[in-house]
Write a protein that binds this ligand. Structure first.
Ligand SMILES: Cc1ncc(COP(=O)(O)O)c(C=O)c1O
Length: 466
């Protein structure tokens, strides 16, 4: 994630925390003098104050990814924290990448809309799923990963102070993407069912529609709908999506359907696209990711599908942000979509992920802790309320002021050697208490790695409250 990387490369964050760099100071139109911005005479290491927008959206805060970075954890720790695979993309997709690199055209700029081969492949693959004859010129846009596509939509549609509703837990990148574009995030928590014990379902997390309605103000411009949902694994039901659609229609909201895990839905559960509900096509942009579909998260290829009224302004924005997405890997993503049906690729991949999910879930069953079997995605949430560490256990100062889930995740990583992500990171301060009960495991790892992790997880038994 860009935010994770930036943390290491930006000027000393201590400087921006200095009282001299208070909100009023940075917003002042008078440029600070050299003596005001340097702490010691002759210090020229941070001459130019950086923009206040980095402070909003937690862009400079020490985030969960840097705290739970492999370098801070035991070297033998198995990383089930970050959501990227420890296996390669399929050979036939990689071969298409190699072939593209061997050509001339695919090494150069593409059209900002995306390469025509990929747009055609998206049309063929997704047209039937949207029940539309998608227009490759005006209804499909290739972006540099789903992230950049989402950023471009915010750039295209947000006015200063516009509010964007997001369900908590939310995908962390939403926050800076909204605030960098002048928007204001408004958080509405999903609610885990009360009194669940042992194996529960990701669908036990529900929307309080009254709370959602109360969150809407005259400033609300957009609502994010992430299904299948990271990190809950929930696949939103038709009824839930109809409820959201009705509010979007009533209050004239733009819907950003984040469906990057659309190809990872288990147990024949139906993945419903909110864009296909009556009247919703005109106000919905759907976001997908080749990275998730073909195990190539670093390739940074994503795509948007929506009506021309949303795609054209977003095209204008993305053209000015990146101009175009990387060309050879667009060709490879196109090959992936072109051949996926014939190869039954997603069916096979989903079955493999279902097996991986099972390996982890069996370990949780053995512990008897509450966890939520995901209907989609490659994440599973474990309720760590029952995990108890010794009272005198020493935690690093980076966890000071963080939730109990941070300590649980740290303790588990150090004690049993499996790293995870504390879920309160994906909440506003107001609702963080809900997230503090959970840690997230990513099972986008090969089965052997997961089996080893599962054995280690069972060792937690010693640390459960009686
Ligand atoms: C819910 C969600 N949306 C968007 C993204 C970003 O996808 P991409 O890697 O294609 O930018 C992710 C990646 O983790 C995600 O989990």
């Amino acid at each position: 994630m860009l935010s994770r990387l930036l943390h290491f490369h930006l000027p000393n964050p201590r400087l921006y925390r200095s009282p001299r760099f208070s909100r009023t100071a940075t917003m002042s139109t008078v440029a600070p003098s050299l003596s005001e911005i340097t702490s010691k005479p002759g210090d020229r290491s941070n001459l130019i104050p950086f923009s206040k927008r980095l402070r909003e959206g937690r862009a400079l805060a020490q985030d969960v990814w840097s705290i739970f970075n492999a370098a801070n954890l035991p070297p033998t720790c198995i990383n089930l924290g970050q959501g990227y695979m420890n296996f390669a993309p399929p050979d036939w997709v990689k071969e298409a990448a190699t072939e593209a690199l061997g050509s001339v055209a695919a090494n150069h700029y593409s059209h900002p809309k995306g390469r025509i081969r990929l747009r055609n492949a998206i049309k063929q693959f997704y047209g039937p799923k949207f029940d539309r004859d998608l227009d490759v010129e005006s209804e499909i846009l290739v972006t540099s990963g789903a992230n950049e596509g989402q950023y471009a939509v915010f750039t295209a549609f947000l006015e200063e102070g516009d509010e964007v509703i997001m369900f908590e837990p939310y995908f962390d990148q939403y926050l800076p993407s909204v605030t960098f574009n002048g928007g204001r995030p408004v958080f509405v928590p999903l609610h885990p069912a009360q009194n669940t014990a042992g194996k529960a379902s990701s669908n036990d997390w529900s929307i309080d529609f009254e709370q959602l309605r109360r969150a809407i103000t005259p400033k609300t411009k957009m609502i994010m709908v992430n299904t299948p949902h990271n990190p809950v694994g929930k696949v939103f039901t038709r009824q839930e999506l109809e409820g959201i659609a009705a509010l979007a229609e009533e209050f004239n909201l733009l819907v950003m359907a984040d469906e990057v895990y659309d190809c990872l839905v288990f147990d024949d559960k139906e993945h419903i696209r909110i864009a296909t509900l009556p009247g919703m096509w005109d106000r919905t942009v759907t976001v997908m990711s080749a990275g998730k579909a073909f195990a190539c998260t670093g390739w940074r290829v994503g795509y948007l599908i929506g009506p021309p009224s949303i795609i054209f302004p977003t095209l204008a924005a993305t053209t000015r942000i990146v101009f175009c997405s990387n060309s050879p890997l667009q060709e490879a993503a196109a090959a992936g979509l072109e051949q996926a049906v014939e190869r039954k690729f997603f069916e096979t991949q989903t079955a493999e992920y279902a097996e991986r999910r099972e390996i982890l879930c069996e370990a949780f069953d053995a512990l008897g802790l509450t966890y939520y079997v995901p209907d989609g995605t490659y994440f599973v949430l474990l309720d760590i309320s029952g995990v108890q560490w010794p009272e005198d256990y020493q935690f690093p100062s980076s966890l000071d002021g963080r939730g109990r889930d941070f300590r649980a995740a740290w303790f588990i990583a150090e004690t049993v050697g499996v790293s995870t992500i504390p879920v309160s990171e994906f909440y506003s301060a107001e609702h963080a208490v809900i997230g503090e009960r959970f840690i997230r495991f990513a099972f986008c790892k090969d089965a052997d790695t997961l089996r080893t992790a599962a054995e280690r997880i069972k060792d937690l038994k010693k640390y459960l409250k009686l």
